[in-house]
Design a protein around this ligand. Structure first.
Ligand code: AMP
Length: 147
């Protein structure tokens, strides 16, 4: 089990996404950051933001510069998600170490739109149903139109 100690695994799933070795549904990209839809969404429009260059596994070890770049993209994606999907709230979350719920050890922030009256929480974190790829593609179109 991976915890706070450890070294960056070049074969982690987000490294493979950045290398183009496995597919992802892109929402936004700039020189330093990449945003894409989560394949096991906690809500409609759940996305993730990562640094393209930082080898930080978690927030404890990330370079301040990479963190600032990632957070600026979190803000952009949250605003585009709001414009596209009109949620009542937006949950921004981040997990450090397996006991805290982290399953992928490349620093990332979750952006989870929330609607009044819908269940929330990361109880079944990274264990929920997989999204339909076609549904994710359509959702990405809606959000991408709002940058
Ligand atoms: P965490 O548990 O905070 O490390 O979050 C990892 C997140 O990555 C979970 O919400 C997973 O559903 C998501 N995830 C895992 N593999 C992929 C993938 N190939 N594409 C998109 N999201 C993924």
């Amino acid at each position: 089990m991976m915890s706070l100690e450890g070294t960056y695994d070049e074969g982690n799933v987000f490294a493979l996404i950045l290398a183009g070795k496995i597919p992802s549904t892109k929402l936004y990209e700039d020189e330093h950051t990449y945003a894409f839809l989560d394949i096991q969404p906690q809500s409609r429009g759940h996305s993730l933001v990562i640094s393209k260059w930082s080898k930080a596994r978690n927030i404890l070890e990330v370079e301040d510069e990479a963190l600032a770049q990632v957070m600026a993209t979190v803000k952009k994606v949250a605003n585009a998600t709001r414009r596209a999907l009109d949620p009542d709230g937006i949950h921004v979350a981040q997990f450090n170490g397996a006991p805290a719920g982290q399953t992928v050890f490349h620093l990332h922030f979750h952006i989870v739109p929330r609607w009044e009256g819908q269940p929330r929480g990361f109880v079944a974190h990274a264990q929920g149903d997989f999204a339909d790829p076609e549904e994710l593609r359509k959702l990405a179109e809606e959000i991408c139109a709002q940058f």
